[in-house]
Design a protein around this ligand. Sequence first.
Ligand code: TRP
Length: 333
Amino acid sequence: MTKKRILTGDRPTGKLHLGHLVGSLQNRVKLQDTYEQFVMVADVQALTDNFDNPQKVRDNVKEVVLDYLAVGIDPQKTTIFIQSLIPEIAELTIYYLNLVTLERVLRNPTVKDEIKQKGYGKNIPAGFAMYPVSQAADITFCKASLVPVGEDQLPMIEQTREIVRRFNTLYGDVLVEPEALVGNIKRLPGTDGQAKMSKSIGNCIYLSDSVDEVNKKVMGMYTDPARVHPTDPGNPEGNPVFIYHDAFNLNKKEVEDFKVRYRTGKIGDIEIKKRLAEVINELLEPMRKRRKEYEDQPDKVDEILRSGNHRAQEVAKEVMAEVRKAMKIDYSL
Ligand code: TRP
């Protein structure tokens, strides 16, 4: 029996943070033994909204790969590769564009939010609007059946499933319809209490942050704004400090005890935050060590990418041969 496949990835537009960890990275580490896993640095997708700043994308490719290795994605088990080095993905995107309508891509709720957030108005770059189609090509070029992602990516997986069904109906059963897998913590709020950790807002704790950075960010976190004194009763519900404790503190009894004392005004924010900073630093410490080991061996990282790209290329060739045959473009000239 060959293993089922996973494909997932990230845009290299910044370092990865705790939101990525709970949303997707933890699942990747957990599932790399049971699946044949492909993890892609989505540089082509990153260029769809950063085409005017290619240096930023280039610089972050390395950062994201180091983050992958730091969290424990094991290059012996997982194929790590760079999107632009697999031109079959671009080819597949072109074919898939026939299978979706303009109206459908612009209805994608995540794309809609991003268009608003970036203030494109009527001047939406076509490449940007189409990136979910390109993402369908990312996922299907290796026939992945599972996609560990954050909640915001669910519309992309839905769109991919539609494209797969359309393709298979038109051309025969070639592609695999993937499912999404979201982490236990659906959405990690930012340190400022906003709904999402986002590098553009600057409310992130990065996996590569130092002990001092973590301490500073945690001590400055948004908590219950109605609470002024440690003796005021506070509300742990929806409070990011408690959401983080729930996500990262393995001592559940301690967290419950904090909540009771918080509600009854018997503990200060400072004590709870100090403990949270400790918990996060314990979580990140092994990642910092591993990151440093790889940072000190750039040749090794290059070799990991070289062999990852090679493996991804092999798979892309196999699947594209089937796709071209199904689409009657398998010329033997
Ligand atoms: N859209 C994802 C993000 O913004 C990155 C991504 C590109 C991706 N291709 C993918 C995720 C394929 C999962 C599967 O982070």
